[in-house]
Design a protein around this ligand. Structure first.
Ligand code: SF4
Length: 103
């Protein structure tokens, strides 16, 4: 399920915000938005209203003007960012370089 964050707060800690994606011949703000349509099909999210903002997202199309592309690239938080987390949750995992070090 998506988060219920303030878009500004989520965007502030987002690690994807500089990862503009070229997907299906369109520019997407981030990987989360570019891959959502694939996840939606795979996880059958199409009937879940809370994902509506992601569903409604419109990528920057190939026929966009230079000004539209500049505006697209320059944007900060958008409403869709509210579906992302607004605080980081550390994920600790074993150091892979130490696996098997005892044997
Ligand atoms: S939608 Fe989410 S992942 Fe994409 S830029 Fe906004 S906060 Fe980051």
């Amino acid at each position: 399920m998506p988060f219920e964050s303030k878009p500004d707060a989520a965007f502030k800690i987002c690690m994807q915000k500089t990862c503009t994606q070229l997907h299906r011949n369109q520019l997407f703000k981030c990987p989360a938005l570019s891959l959502y349509s694939l996840l939606e099909k795979r996880l059958r999210l199409e009937d879940i209203p809370r994902w509506k903002l992601f569903r409604d997202y419109r990528a920057c199309s190939p026929d966009a003007t230079d000004a539209e592309v500049r505006t697209f690239i320059a944007t900060g938080p958008i409403p869709q960012c509210g579906l992302c987390p607004s605080r980081r949750i550390p994920f600790h995992h074993p150091d892979p370089t130490l696996v098997g070090a005892d044997s």
